[in-house]
Design a protein. Structure first.
Length: 201
């Protein structure tokens, strides 16, 4: 049995931190896992910037409330879920993701948790498991599932490479150039057809 594992941000919904960067007027927060492969380093840096500007969870959630899935993403997901079990594997946090999951029809999501003080300050974060995307895929395989994986960032490459089939979707030119053997797609229809082809393979 196949399980399709998808990244969330950049694939199904816009990048939350880029949206918050634009809303808050803090350009440094545009940096994402497309730019920084070390997620722990990236998050600690982000938390430092939030503290410096006196911003907390509420301000980010207010921006998230204005974000909609990428055009065509819900329809893509609805079609894909007719053919396979789908798990969204994301390095985001439950406090960020749940409003977006509602707009996507509540697909299964595995992600992480923020540590938040009573006054709303983000003080830290708790990763669900080390190297969560690759580790999850390996555990699914250990349970007898075949995996097909797709994403757009550095932190997706492990799960993509470990899966029976893997794809890049709306990735950066650098990542595509560094991984020329990985099929790369820009449109949901082509992406869906490629996954369906892999499911039949």
């Amino acid at each position: 049995m196949d399980v399709v594992c998808l990244d969330m941000e950049g694939v199904l919904v816009p990048e939350i931190w880029i949206a918050f960067s634009e809303a808050s007027g803090i350009p440094e927060l545009r940096r994402t896992t497309r730019d920084e492969p070390d997620y722990d380093k990236l998050m600690r840096w982000r938390i430092g910037i939030l503290k410096e500007h006196g911003l907390g969870l509420k301000e980010i959630q207010d921006v998230i409330a204005t974000i909609d899935p990428l055009p065509g993403a819900k329809e893509f997901l609805d079609e894909l879920r007719k053919d396979a079990q789908v798990i969204i594997l994301s390095d985001t946090f439950t406090q960020f993701a749940m409003p977006l999951m509602k707009k996507l029809g509540y697909p299964t999501l595995f992600c992480n948790t923020l540590e938040v003080a009573e006054d709303g300050e983000i003080t830290g974060f708790k990763m669900r498991i080390e190297n969560s995307k690759l580790t999850t895929v390996k555990h699914l395989q250990a349970m007898g599932f075949d995996t097909i994986a797709a994403g757009d960032s550095f932190n997706d490459l492990g799960m993509i490479r470990a899966s029976r089939a893997g794809f890049l979707f709306r990735s950066t030119e650098q990542i595509k150039n560094d991984n020329p053997d990985l099929p790369a797609f820009e449109e949901f229809d082509d992406f869906l057809n490629a996954i369906r082809g892999a499911l039949k393979g």
